[in-house]
Design a protein around this ligand. Structure first.
Ligand code: PLP
Length: 371
C-alpha cells in the first residue's frame, strides 16, 4: 500500500485530537457572523454579495447564500471556478480582466453561472466583447470608479460615459452599474476617522452616480464596501450592494479596529498548532510558522491564553507566556491569524468544529487559484 497522509481530523473527533497545523472554523461563531452581517445589510434594504476571496471555501459561500446573500464576489476568474462547480449561480468578478485569455475563461464561465466583471479601460471591453461573441454568452459589466484607493477604476463620470459608448455596440455586455471600493479605509483604527474616510469615499461615488443620472444613465447597482466600512456604507445612500468578506472569520488586524457601533464580528477562524519543543524550558515552540500563517499585517495572537506569539520562521513559532507555566509538549494552542485571506490560501481544508467536536471538513477549493 502506498504511504499516505492521514486526514488532520475525523468528523466526530475531539478538537484536541486534530493533527496540526490545521485551520479551524468555529461553526457557532461563524454562523453568528453570517447572520449578523446579513441582518444588518438586509435591514438597510441592501443586497449582500460577500467576498469569497476572504475564505476560498465553497461551503462557506453556500452558507452565506442560504442566509440571504445574492451571490458572491471573486477577485480572479480562476477563483470563481470551484464556486461554480459547487453550485453558486451568481458571481461578480470584482476586478478587471487584463487580457483575452482571461476574458475567454470568463465568457466560458458565463455558460454555468450569471457572471459580472469590472472594466476601467476600452481594451478590456474589446476582450470581453470578443470572448462572449465567440462563446455565445452574456456578461454584466460594472464600470469601476476610483473613490480614493488609487488602485483600479476611472476618475469620474466623463470616463464612465466614454466606456458606456464602448459597451453600447455589444448587446451581450450589459451595463449593470458601478463598483466603488476603497480598501484603505477598512483598517483605519479609530471609529470616527474610519467613518469620515468612508463618508469621503462614498460621497465621491455619490457624485458620479448623480452626474450619470443627470445625463440619463441609471446605475442599477453600486457595489463595494468591506468589513471595516460596512457600518457606514449601509447608510451612505449610494451603495446598493455590500462586498464585505473578512467578517466571516475575522483576524487580528480587523480586531484592532475600534468598533463603537453595534456591528462587530467574532473570531471564528483559528489556526490549531501544538507545542513541539520547549527549547531551554523558557518558551513553547509551536509547529506553525510562515507556511501556515500569513503575517503581512502582523503576528497571530494566542487565543484564550496569557501568552504571546513572538518569533516566526518557516515551520516554527515561539510562544512566550506572560504569566503562568510554559505550555507543555503536545499541548494544543489556538492562534488567531493576523490576516485571514492569505492564511486561507495556505491551507487545503478547513476543520469545522462546534463545542470541541469536529463537525465537518470543508475543502478550501479555491486555494491557490489566483490566475
Ligand atoms: C474589491 C473588494 N471588495 C471587497 C473586499 C472585501 O473586504 P474585506 O475582506 O476587508 O471585508 C475587498 C478586499 O480586499 C476587495 O478588494
Amino acid at each position: 500500500m502506498p504511504l499516505s497522509l492521514p486526514p488532520a481530523a475525523r468528523v466526530g473527533a475531539l478538537l484536541n485530537e486534530v493533527d496540526t497545523p490545521a485551520l479551524l472554523l468555529d461553526l457557532a461563531a461563524f454562523e453568528r457572523n453570517v447572520a449578523r452581517m446579513q441582518a444588518a445589510v438586509s435591514g438597510a434594504g441592501l443586497a449582500l454579495r460577500p467576498h469569497a476571496k476572504a475564505h476560498k471555501t465553497p461551503a462557506i459561500a453556500l452558507a452565506q447564500i442560504a442566509a440571504g446573500a445574492v451571490g458572491v464576489c471573486c477577485q480572479k476568474v480562476s477563483e470563481a471556478l470551484p464556486f461554480i462547480a459547487a453550485g453558486v449561480k451568481n458571481i461578480h468578478i470584482s476586478n478587471e480582466v487584463g487580457n483575452a485569455t482571461k476574458a475567454t475563461l470568463l465568457a466560458e464561465a458565463a455558460r454555468h453561472a450569471q457572471m459580472s466583471v469590472c472594466a476601467d479601460n476600452a481594451r478590456q471591453i474589446e476582450w470581453l466583447a470578443a470572448a462572449t461573441r465567440e462563446a455565445g454568452t452574456k456578461l454584466d459589466v460594472f464600470v469601476e470608479i476610483d473613490i480614493g484607493q488609487k488602485r483600479c477604476g476611472v476618475a469620474g463620470s466623463a470616463e464612465v460615459m466614454r466606456l458606456l459608448d464602448d459597451l453600447a455596440p455589444h448587446g451581450q455586455l450589459r451595463f449593470a452599474g458601478l463598483q466603488a471600493y476603497q480598501g484603505r479605509v477598512q483598517h483605519l483604527r479609530g471609529h470616527q476617522e474610519r467613518f469620515e474616510a468612508a463618508r469621503r469615499a462614498s460621497d465621491r461615488a455619490a457624485v458620479v452616480v448623480a452626474e450619470l443620472s443627470k445625463a440619463g444613465v441609471h446605475c442599477e447597482t453600486v457595489t463595494g464596501s468591506g468589513t471595516g466600512s460596512v457600518e457606514f456604507d449601509l447608510g451612505s445612500g449610494v451603495y446598493t450592494e455590500i462586498q464585505a468578506g473578512s467578517y466571516v472569520g475575522m483576524d487580528v488586524d480587523y480586531a484592532r479596529n475600534e468598533y463603537a457601533g453595534a456591528l462587530r464580528f467574532e473570531h471564528a477562524l483559528f489556526l490549531a498548532c501544538r507545542v513541539m519543543s520547549q527549547g531551554d524550558g523558557t518558551r513553547a515552540v509551536v509547529d506553525a510558522g510562515l507556511k501556515s500563517l500569513a503575517v503581512d499585517t502582523g503576528l497571530p495572537t494566542v487565543w484564550g491564553r496569557e501568552a504571546d506569539y513572538t518569533i516566526i520562521s518557516d515551520e516554527h513559532g515561539t510562544v512566550i507566556p506572560r504569566s503562568g507555566p510554559v505550555p507543555g509538549l503536545d499541548e494544543l494552542l489556538l492562534l488567531v491569524p493576523g490576516h485571514c485571506d492569505p492564511t486561507f490560501n495556505l491551507h487545503n481544508e478547513l476543520v469545522v468544529f462546534r463545542d470541541d467536536r469536529v463537525e465537518a471538513i470543508w475543502p478550501i477549493a479555491a486555494r491557490g487559484l489566483s490566475r
